[in-house]
Design a protein around this ligand. Structure first.
Ligand code: HEM
Length: 139
């Protein structure tokens, strides 16, 4: 925890990517991987958390090194950045660059109640050959 505090202090002076190599060689590690829901990540917007490919990252130590500037990332904090990153710079190996910021994974939850409701709905059943024939008569 003390280490995390130090890192957060260090992150206060932006270099806007001018010191990207310093980031790559630094020994920062926030690793204590936990499971989070998307709702939980949203609540940690101010802690600089984001979701990338179902993994949770605390970008605090990386922000000031981001070549695109830390201000570009600000609107995306607490959110899933997967699509945005793909459209802005799909060639960047994000997972490698922010490996040190990986703090958790998104838990996939199934809403059993909804699944039961859906399966009771006749129309939601898969179109098996016999149902297909039946549908031909319906239309
Ligand atoms: C943690 C995730 C991210 C990492 C590791 C990352 C990494 C990088 C890297 C390595 C570059 C330089 C690319 C190059 O010069 O070819 C870059 C540039 C940039 N990034 Fe990110 N980025 C991240 C998230 C984001 C997000 C969420 C945005 C939001 C829009 C963003 C916007 C930009 C922009 C605008 C540039 C400048 C592109 C340019 O110079 O034309 N990045 N980023």
């Amino acid at each position: 925890m003390k280490k995390l505090k130090q890192i957060k202090e260090m992150s206060k002076q932006p270099t806007n990517g001018k010191n990207h190599s310093a980031w790559l060689t630094s020994e920062v590690s926030l690793q204590e991987i936990k499971s989070y829901t998307r709702q939980e990540v949203k609540k940690h917007k101010d802690d600089n958390w984001v979701i990338y490919k179902n993994k949770v990252y605390d970008l605090t130590p990386y922000m000031k090194h981001h070549p695109g500037g830390q201000e570009t990332i600000l609107p995306y904090l607490g959110k899933d950045i997967t699509r945005t990153v793909k459209s802005v710079h799909g060639w960047v190996n994000v997972e490698k660059l922010v490996k040190k910021c990986h703090i958790g994974n998104i838990t996939l939850t199934l809403n059993i109640e909804n699944i039961e409701k859906t399966s009771k709905d006749e129309k939601s059943k898969p179109l098996t050959p016999s149902r297909l024939r039946f549908q031909e008569f319906e239309n």
